[in-house]
Ligand binder design. Structure first.
Ligand SMILES: CC(C)(COP(=O)(O)OP(=O)(O)OC[C@H]1O[C@@H](n2cnc3c(N)ncnc32)[C@H](O)[C@@H]1OP(=O)(O)O)[C@@H](O)C(=O)NCCC(=O)NCCS
Length: 173
């Protein structure tokens, strides 16, 4: 059973196979994928179905993946915590472009971190955003992250593996 996190406007819940078309639409936008390390471009229905399939087999003790569903507009994005980099629990997210600048990412991140602290027992969460993505930095600052001062070069799949300076951040419960 995946957890459900509710906010005033949003519900964070486990991905379902019926979410695939909407996820493909959101992640299929180069402007979205190019700000993440792992989303390929182009990103099609098959990619979304594969991601959802992996989510069904997550070990929730270590990883958590959610779709971000708006109470009126349906799925508007994705958010999750993984441990891929070995640097601890790392938050990641992406919102569909039509839904940017309405405060949804900040609202979802704050709620996800509250859940991570109270229900998931996390004391530290790390994050990294591409230096050319100040909007994500702003989301993380508003959610309570601080810059560590470290900048790491991370490969961006959608930009053909280009190494992009990535500003690292940390959140303490
Ligand atoms: C980054 C992203 C999640 C932001 O989602 P969102 O729902 O628009 O975020 P919010 O509305 O909660 O907050 C965005 C903040 O960034 C600010 N912002 C937007 N563009 C900005 C820019 N060019 N420079 C600085 N701040 C900027 C907004 O003003 C807002 O801050 P404010 O509320 O203090 O005014 C969304 O743009 C996205 O999905 N981008 C592509 C994928 C991605 O970047 N994922 C994160 C990888 S680390």
């Amino acid at each position: 059973m995946s957890p459900v996190i509710s906010t005033e406007r949003l519900i964070l819940r486990g991905p379902m196979i019926t979410d695939a078309p909407r996820i493909a639409e959101i992640a299929g936008d180069f402007n979205v994928a190019a700000m993440t390390t792992s989303m390929p471009h182009p990103y099609g229905l098959g990619d979304a179905e594969e991601w959802i399939g992996k989510c069904r087999h997550l070990d929730w003790r270590h990883e958590a993946m959610f779709v971000v569903e708006h109470r009126a507009f349906g799925v508007v994005g994705l958010m999750g915590f993984d441990r891929k980099r070995g640097s601890g629990t790392e938050i990641g997210y992406a919102l569909g472009r039509p839904f940017w600048s309405r405060g949804y990412a900040t609202e979802a991140a704050r709620a996800a971190l509250r859940w991570a602290k109270r229900d998931w027992g996390r004391k530290v969460v790390v994050a990294g955003h591409f230096a050319d993505n100040p909007a994500s930095g702003q989301v993380l600052v508003k959610a309570g992250f601080l810059y560590t001062g470290d900048v790491e070069m991370r490969a961006c799949t959608a930009r053909d593996g280009e190494l992009v300076p990535t500003r690292l951040m940390v959140w303490l419960a």
